[in-house]
Structure formats: C-alpha cells, structure tokens
Write a protein that binds this ligand. Structure first.
Ligand SMILES: [Cu+2]
Length: 342
C-alpha cells in the first residue's frame, strides 16, 4: 500500500496541473475578455476577477460550513438537529447579511467602473459608423472638420492611445458587436443606433465577432480591429480614402473591365471606376484587408478565386452568388486585379 502513495501523489499533481492549465488557457488569446488591450476591457476584466474571487471565497465558506455541520451531526440522529435561536442567527448571517455585503461591494465596484467610462465624447475621438448585414460589416469613417471620408468592410483601424467611438446600426436583423480584448458586447438594433467607445492601449490586430445569433452564417461574421501608432493610422486612412489605382499592366486592365462591366459592379463599388453597386462590401481597397468574406478566409489570390467561384459552397446563404460566368483564365485575372487593389 505504501508504494502506491508516491504514484497517487504524482497522479494528483498531474491532475492539478492539467486543471490549472485548462482553466488558465481560456484567459488568454484573441477572443479572451480576460486578456484586455484597452482601458475599458481592463475594467471589465478587473470586475470579472473580483467576481471570481468573491465567488471562490463564498464557495469555500459554504463548503467549510457544510463540512463542519456534517462533522458535528454525523453521530447524532436526524431528530437531534437543533433549529433553535443560534442556528437561526447563523442563517441570517450566512444567508442574508454576508451575501448582502458582498453584493453591495460588487455593485459599488461596478458603478465605480461605469463612472470612469467616458461620459462625454472626446473631440479627439476617431468616429466610425458601422452597419451590420447578414453576414458582414460595412465600415465608414467621416472626419466632420475636414470632410474627409473612407468606406471599407470588415476591418477597422484605430490609433493606439486615442479614444475611438463606433456608432452602430443594422440593415436587417439584430447583431452584436464584440471585440473581447477591447470592449464588452453591444447590440445593433434595426431602426436604432447604439454606440461603443474604447481606447486601445497596445498595437495589435484584435478579432471581433457577431455575438448574437443572426442567421445560418452567424458564426462566420467576424471582423478585425487593427490598433496601430498614429502615423500608421493616418497612412491607412489616407490610402483608404483614395480611389482605386488604375492597373499598371494590360492584363489587369482587361480584368478591371471584366469587373466593372460585369456582374460584380451590380453589387460592389470600386471608387475611381464605374462600379457603384451598394449591396455588397466596397472593394476599392479589398487587397489590403487581412481577411475575406468577414473572416471566413485569409486574403490572397487563391482564396479570392475560390470565393468568387464558390461563395455559396464556402458560406451557404450569403448574398454573394457563386460566379460561374468567368473562364479559368478570367477568374485568375479578376482575382489578381482585386488583390492588387491596395
Ligand atoms: Cu450574428
């Protein structure tokens, strides 16, 4: 029997280590609200940890009380359980007063965090308008003072250290805008506008996701928020607000004509050309985006070809049809042209 003790303790250690690893793995990563990268998500993470800590203490106290009660009464008969005055006082303390104090403390903590949330809109705030569609995100930026504007999809760039304001609405059903590392969730309501604010603290690409079931491709309605230094952000805005560059070679010029004179222009805009469709995402700088089809695919010529030809296979039900009108050569040329729109 003695020889099994070291083995038992080793097994227990492995189980403990595994449990801790599994538990903490969920605290980091691109979709973890406990890996904050903004002032606001930091407050949310702080409240969460206080809640977890308070819950753990309460759980421990309840377990200890239960063990104590079982130990005290294990040798007595059920009829000997005493419900006299001291036990009633214990019920009042453990069942009402202590939980009440804990809840009030957490309420004050939450109110304090809410009070620190910026009540006024900073004049420096970079303001975006985002409209949700089944299943992608329309992104536009307008600078009220200069009148400068850009229009994009599924990707939002923000300057590190500056307040950002995002005004949200939806074109169809209820969606939820959620970038766990930057802010909590907020709904996009048909016929109404909501807004969310945050200040990113670190450079990085933060994944966002629709967090309200909005149809069959809800899980494939992602986006990315890229936080970068102010000069990189200014360069991005400048390149995004510019019209599409004219193709520099004849092959891409032919491909451009296939796009602007073909079915693509029915739904998509490419500024600087005659393509002015308003149903699908603006493609003016699609080549510069990290992902295609709202996070469905990495963005490169191969995936662009696949998306154009097989959108309904890759994302069934999406408004983008599978475009079988192009020959193989035309498809490659169109994909290369679109990838060149940076
Ligand atoms: Cu959704």
């Amino acid at each position: 029997m003695r020889s099994s003790s070291p083995l038992r303790s080793r097994v227990a250690a492995v189980i403990r280590a595994s449990a801790v690893t599994v538990t903490l793995t969920g605290c980091h990563g691109v979709m973890s609200a406990l890996d904050p990268a903004s002032h606001e998500s930091g407050m949310i993470a702080s409240i969460t940890w206080w809640l977890v800590g308070a819950s753990a203490v309460i759980y421990a106290v309840v377990c200890a009380a239960m063990v104590a009660a079982i130990s005290r009464h294990r040798d007595r008969s059920a009829s000997s359980v005493d419900l006299s005055a001291p036990s009633e006082r214990m019920i009042v303390w453990y069942g009402a007063i202590i939980p009440g104090v804990v809840l009030v403390a957490l309420f004050v903590l939450t109110l304090t965090a809410m009070h620190r949330y910026p009540a006024t809109i900073s004049r420096r705030a970079v303001t975006y308008h985002v409209t949700a569609h089944q299943w992608w995100w329309d992104v536009s930026w307008i600078d009220a003072s200069s009148g400068r504007a850009m229009h994009s999809a599924n990707e939002i760039h923000v300057p590190v250290g500056a307040p950002v304001r995002i005004i949200l609405t939806t074109d169809d059903v209820i969606h939820t805008f959620w970038v766990p590392q930057l802010q909590g969730k907020i709904d996009l309501i048909p016929g109404d506008t909501t807004e969310i604010r945050f200040t990113a603290l670190h450079s990085g690409a933060y994944r966002g996701q629709c967090a309200e079931f909005c149809g069959v491709q809800h899980a494939h309605m992602a986006f990315v928020v890229v936080a970068e230094p102010a000069d990189s952000f200014a360069n991005w805005i400048a390149s995004e607000e510019a019209p599409a560059a004219m193709p520099s070679d004849s092959a891409r010029l032919v491909a451009q004509q296939l796009v602007v004179n073909g079915p693509c222009a029915t739904c998509h805009t490419i500024r600087g050309t005659s393509a002015s469709g308003a149903i699908g995402p603006d493609l003016t700088h699609i080549g510069s985006r990290r992902m295609l089809a709202a996070g469905e695919l990495p963005n490169n010529i191969g995936t662009m070809e696949a998306w154009i030809a097989n959108a309904q296979s890759l994302k069934p039900g999406v408004a983008m049809p599978s475009m079988r009108v192009f020959s193989g050569g035309q498809l490659r040329a169109v994909a290369a042209y679109l990838e060149g729109l940076r």
